[in-house]
Write a protein that binds this ligand. Sequence first.
Ligand code: GDG
Length: 738
Amino acid sequence: MKTSKSSYKRLLIVSYRLPFTIQQTDNGPELKQNSGGLVSAVLSMAEQMGQNQGDQSTKIHWVGHGDASMQQENAPALENETFVAHPVFMDEAVHKGFYEGFSNDLIWPLFHYFPSYASFRETDFDSYQQANTRFLEELNALIEPGDLIWIHDFQLMLLPEMVRQAVPDATIGYFFHIPFPNYEIVKLLPRTWRQALIKGLLGADVAGFHTNDYVQHFLQSVSEVLALPIIEQRIVLPDRSVVVKDFPISVDFNKFNTSGQDTTVANTRQHYQNLLRQNKIIFSVDRLDYTKGITYRLLGYERFLDQNPDWHDKVTFVITVVPSRDTIPQYQEIKREIEETVGRINGLFGTIGWRPIVYSYNSLSFPELMALYTACDIALITPLRDGMNLVCKEFVASRYDNKGVLILSELAGAAQELPEALIINPTDKQEVADAIKQGLLMPAAEQEARLIKMRNHLQNHNVFRWSSDFLTAFDNLKTTQSTLETDLPIQPFINAFSDAQKRLLLFDFDGTLAPLINDPAQAKPSEEIRKSLHTLAENSDLVVISGRNRAFLEKTFAGSPVHLVAEHGAFLKKPDQPWERLDLSADDWVDTVRSTMEEFVSRFPGSFIEEKETAIAWHYRMAEADDIEAQANDLAGQLRRADSSIPLTVIQGSKVVEVKPALHSKGTVALSIFEQTPYDFIVSIGDDTTDEDMFRQLPNWAYTVKVGPGTSFARYHLARQRDVETLLQRMSDVLVEA
Ligand code: GDG
């Protein structure tokens, strides 16, 4: 069933690992995809996008690190009916620093709350940047209009922004498979690294995490590191926004639900049960990793055996550890620790006929894994930290018989979705021992009741739902971003500008020349805008016309031959001349307004008052109340109703309520400037309500341009602040060429 309105042409997936092997067949080498959950999810996503498998133009392209089997000689086999593999090759030393170093020896431990295992090496960060650039090069050569690019995981955090720079209009999704930790952890990264990583992720249109906790942590870091405004779960950038949302990954429920009855699985299950003499079976399987809590798990089992001698000889813990990263010393160390602990417990409790723990350091075939999922009485899944953990979901999905007990760590992302498991803290040996006992004694009816609830949940929230929800998030994004449209006829505009003899350019500052950010003091135009302004000001009368105070504008535009208008028309400064005060209104109204605003400051922490020479403003971008916009309306209403000696204007801008004398405005100053000189070209650009005064006062033939969505007196619109930069660049290029 198609649930999405998505109209993407092709799917380009990027992940560190390529899910393919090159297999030798009678027809020569062939590309085979593995049967993992991500591949299934991607296939179903392509189907939802309406793609026909086997259609050359809509094959799924997958970019990932290339191993030796994908070298040149096998290049013809890098494509099958459905997929095209694009291996990324890189210098071995760069790969080591990127993958073993920055990814596995820094981000992995740090983001799983093991800071003492983290190694901070500058050379690794360099390699990480270089490797992400290598991925970009490979990907960039592929991107076509209409593609949906989906980037995966912590090895590629810089890539979304790199793609955004290379192809500004690309549609980019990003999914983070490990926990996103709270800011206290992120803060351990050097400032430049954390800025680069967070900015890197913001290149995406949709950034997905497993749980809402990780979403909140990420937003907290965005706010701390980059001070960007966040509206609900949307990060507002100058020219677009990033949707941040939880998408809990899951498993192919039906595959696990039905495979338990396959003959091979049933035979293997029988075989294991016989080997273990029909003992109760506790089972776990994980990659070798310190995050998986394997040693604590063994100690919990030891406590259980110690306290429950009546269970000796009646239970066996089958623990499989899958080889992973074992060239890294920390992994060798935990392997040694696990094997020592297994040996010690077996030595302590075992008898000639009974091994309490059957340990293997190996991987299992799919039928073996299924046989153990369906043979066991307890699945003991106790990570110290896990982004999601698919093993526990696979166990639940496998239990078509509604039998068995899941013991699950509260520190796995999956714990939030599976509250009917016996939820434990993995470091609490007693809690683990008690849960094992409770699980072994749990009546069949209770096992069934718990499993039915969990299975219902996973049946509805399977891996196809995961990819489908992710895809749908782009539809929502399109709806909100498509309201922003540019209708300024660029070429006629540039021609008129170029042909003119006497030009007047009136530009607002915040939201027009500079992006809107949380801390107004930090707002500044980009280098490109600065350069363009300089060229334009040398050939035109260029006025920056702003609500900002004199000092700020003078500092921001120091050395630039522009005219400055401060405080909405209260002050004017021509190039190389002193400021003139245009507003001569009395200021006896300020005290009353200030005290009303002060009440709001004390009620809404994070908000503050800015006093200008002729105006006073309450800024609330950083205030935390849910109903802050309603509160701002309330304040504006109170201020409008208040008595005053002179007429006042109350301006509601972007996260600011400002009061100023009504006598002057951006409109009055614009009018007085243009009346002094016979201009034959005027353009005025602004994004805020105060710019409307300027649009209204200018003659009909002037180009008045509103930035961003919303109704306006302006004749034209530019979609985004970034478009101002492009427009000014084109205007200045014309002058340079002429
Ligand atoms: C990361 C995050 C997140 C394991 N051993 C064998 C085997 N497996 C399969 C399991 C399962 C997968 O590997 C392991 O997935 P997990 O989710 O449990 O853990 P990570 O590998 O650490 O994965 C994690 C995940 O990404 C997805 O976003 O859930 O939190 O750390 O599918 O079945 N499969 C077979 N033999 C084995 O020996 N056949």
